[in-house]
Design a binder for this molecule. Structure first.
Ligand code: NAI
Ligand code: MG
Length: 498
C-alpha cells in the first residue's frame, strides 16, 4: 500500500502496459475468458491496445472482492477514509500529465484544451470529498423524554458505477469519491472506448487503498455492465450515459429494488436577451457548446435562443470565433479541437448534420479538417456546425446529437424564450444572458433544468449539486448532499430509557 508508481508520459507505452487487464482485489488480472477487444486512437484509427472483455465471471470476482473488503473499509473511521481519499487525490495530481495524455490518446479529445484540463481538475473531487468524512453524521430527534432517538448514516455496501467515455476520469471521480468516503466499496465498469485512463487511476489509487475497495472492469454494456447491475450483492448503481441505457439500468435496478443515480442526456438551452453583453455571450456559447470537446458533453449548449435584434450579429460573431479553432492531432499542443470518439459516434453525428441540411436548415460549417496527407485522413474529424433556420420540430432541436453541432434560433420577449427553452424532454442545464435583474431572476425560477446559470456557462464544480430533471436523470452529484443522499442510508435508532 505504500508503493509509488512511476510516471509514464508515453501514452502508447502505458496503453500497451494496461492492455487486456481488469483491476480486481488489488491486482491487475486478465478477463476470465481471455477475450479482449481493440481500443483505437480515433485520430489515426491506430490500435493502441486491447481491453479485457469482462463478462459475468469477472463481475462475480470483482463484486466478491468488493463485498469482502467492505466491512473492513467501513470499519475505519470516516476521517481516516477521507485522509486516504485525499492522498489518492495528491497522487493523481502527480500523475496528471500522464493521465491527460492517456485520455487524449483513447478519446481523441485535444490534449491542451480538454484532456489535460480534465486530468488537472480530477484531484479536486477527491480532495473535496476526502474532507467531508466527518459530515457523515446523523441527528438526534426530540421524540420523547424517555426515549433517546437518533439517526445514523450507514454505507450501502457495494456500489456499481457505470461510466461513459466523454469525460471518463472526472465523471468516475464524482461517483467513486463520495461512495468510498461514505464507507462503500466500488466496482466500476469503464466505457468500451476509454478503458485505460480510468484503469490507471484505479491502479494509482490501489497503491493507497486496501485491496478490494476499488475494482474496475472493462467490457461491453450488456455483457459486463448488465450482470454488474443485476448482481444480488450490488446495492446501488450510479450511471452516466444515454437515456436509453439509463432506462435499461433503472428497470434492472427495479427488479432488486435498489437505488440508482442517473446522469443522462441533455439539450441545454442558452437564452441571449437583447440587452446581453454580446461578446461575453458569444464566448459563453463557444465554451458552453464544448466545441473543443467536439460537443461531446451532456450539458452542451445545443439550443441557442437569441433575441431578434441581436441574432444576426450573434451568429456572425459566433461563426467567426468557432472558425478560428484549429482542428488537428489531439496530442499536438497547437490543436484546439480533436476528434469524435468512435466510428459509431461519428456516424451518428454526421447523420444529424445530413438531416439538418436535407430539411433546408442553413449549415455554417466551420474550422477546417486536418490537411490531406497529415496521417489523419481516416480520423473521426467533424467540422463544427452552427445551424440557423432550424424548425422547432426538427430532430436537430429535439434530440441529443453529442457532437459539434448547435442551432441558433430567434425569439422576441422572455415569454417566448422560456416557452421554447422548456419545450424539451430534457432538463439538465440552462443559461440566460441578460443585464436585467428581473429578467434573470424570472428565468432562473422558470427554466426547467437542474443546473441554471446567469451570464456564465461553467462546468460541474465540487460543492454544487449537479444533475437533471425530466429525462435528464435522477439524483445529484458533486455535492455533500450527493454523498449523503445517494451513497448512504439513514437508520433510525430508539433507546428506551425507562
Ligand atoms: P451508453 O449509455 O450506451 O454507454 C454508457 C455506458 O453504459 C458504457 O460504459 C456502456 O458500456 C454502458 N452500457 C451500455 N449498455 C448497457 C447495459 N445494457 N447495461 C449496463 N451498462 C450498459 O452511451 P454510448 O453508446 O456510449 O453513447 C450513445 C449516446 O449516449 C451518445 O450519443 C450521447 O447522446 C449519450 N451519452 C451521454 C453521456 C452523458 O454524459 N450524459 C455520455 C455518453 C453518451
Ligand atoms: Mg450504447
Amino acid at each position: 500500500m505504500s508503493e509509488t508508481l512511476s510516471i509514464n508520459l508515453d501514452p502508447r507505452l502505458l496503453a500497451n502496459e494496461l492492455s487486456s487487464l481488469h483491476l480486481i482485489n488489488g491486482a491487475l488480472v486478465p478477463a476470465t475468458s481471455g477475450e479482449t477487444f481493440d481500443v483505437i486512437y480515433p485520430a489515426t484509427l491506430e490500435v493502441i491496445g486491447k481491453a479485457a472483455a469482462g463478462d459475468r465471471d469477472d463481475v462475480v470476482s470483482a463484486v466478491a472482492a468488493a463485498k469482502a473488503a467492505q466491512p473492513g473499509w467501513a470499519g475505519l473511521s470516516a476521517r481516516e477514509r477521507g485522509k486516504l481519499i485525499v492522498e489518492c487525490g495528491r497522487r493523481l495530481t502527480e500523475h496528471a500529465e500522464e493521465l491527460g495524455r492517456l485520455v487524449a490518446l483513447e478519446t481523441g479529445k485535444a490534449l491542451r484544451t480538454e484532456s489535460r484540463v480534465e486530468a488537472s481538475v480530477l484531484a479536486d473531487a477527491f480532495v473535496f470529498y476526502g474532507g467531508l468524512g466527518s459530515e457523515l453524521k446523523g441527528e438526534t430527534v426530540p421524540f420523547s423524554p424517555t426515549m433517546m432517538t437518533l439517526t445514523q448514516r450507514e454505507p450501502i455496501g457495494v456500489v456499481a458505477a457505470i461510466i461513459p467515455w466523454n469525460v471518463p476520469m472526472m465523471l468516475m471521480a464524482y461517483k467513486i469519491a463520495p461512495a468510498l468516503v461514505a464507507g462503500n466499496t466500488v466496482v466500476v465498469k469503464s466505457a468500451e472506448e476509454a478503458p485505460f485512463a480510468v484503469l490507471r487511476i484505479c491502479q494509482i489509487m490501489n497503491q493507497v487503498l486496501p485491496a478490494g475497495v476499488f475494482n474496475i472492469l472493462s467490457g461491453m454494456g450488456p455483457e459486463c455492465g448488465g450482470p454488474l447491475v443485476a448482481h444480488p450483492d450490488v446495492g446501488k448503481v450510479t450511471f452516466t450515459g444515454s437515456v436509453e441505457t439509463g432506462k435499461i439500468i433503472y428497470r434492472a435496478a427495479a427488479e432488486k429494488l435498489i437505488p440508482v443515480t442517473l446522469e443522462l442526456g441533455g439539450k441545454s438551452p442558452m437564452i441571449v436577451m437583447a440587452d446581453a453583453d454580446l461578446d461575453k455571450a458569444v464566448d459563453g456559447a463557444v465554451g458552453g457548446m464544448r466545441f473543443t470537446r467536439q460537443g461531446q458533453s451532456c450539458t452542451a449548449a445545443t439550443r441557442i435562443y437569441v433575441e431578434e435584434p441581436l441574432r444576426e450579429a450573434f451568429v456572425e460573431k459566433l461563426t467567426a470565433k468557432v472558425n478560428k479553432l484549429k482542428m488537428g492531432d489531439p496530442l499536438d499542443e497547437a490543436t484546439d479541437i480533436g476528434t469524435i470518439v468512435s466510428q459509431q459516434q461519428y456516424e451518428r453525428v454526421t447523420s444529424f448534420i445530413e438531416i439538418g441540411k436535407k430539411e433546408g436548415a442553413t449549415a455554417h460549417e466551420l474550422s477546417a479538417l486536418p490537411q490531406a496527407g497529415s496521417g489523419l485522413d481516416k480520423g473521426f474529424f467533424v467540422r463544427p456546425v452552427v445551424f440557423t433556420n432550424v424548425s422547432d420540430e426538427s430532430r436537430l432541436t429535439r434530440e441529443e446529437i453529442f457532437g459539434p453541432v448547435t442551432c441558433v434560433y430567434g425569439f422576441n420577449g422572455l415569454e417566448e424564450a422560456l416557452r421554447l427553452a422548456n419545450d424539451s424532454v430534457y432538463g439538465l442545464a440552462a443559461t440566460i444572458w441578460t443585464r436585467d435583474l428581473k429578467t434573470a431572476m424570472t428565468a432562473t425560477q422558470r427554466l426547467q433544468a437542474g443546473f441554471v446559470q446567469v451570464n456564465q456557462n461553467l462546468v460541474v464544480m465540487p460543492g454544487l449539486s449537479y444533475g437533471g430533471i425530466k429525462q435528464s436523470g435522477l439524483g445529484r452529484e458533486a455535492s455533500l448532499e450527493a454523498m449523503l443522499e445517494h451513497f448512504t442510508h439513514k437508520k433510525t435508532v430508539i433507546i428506551n430509557m425507562t
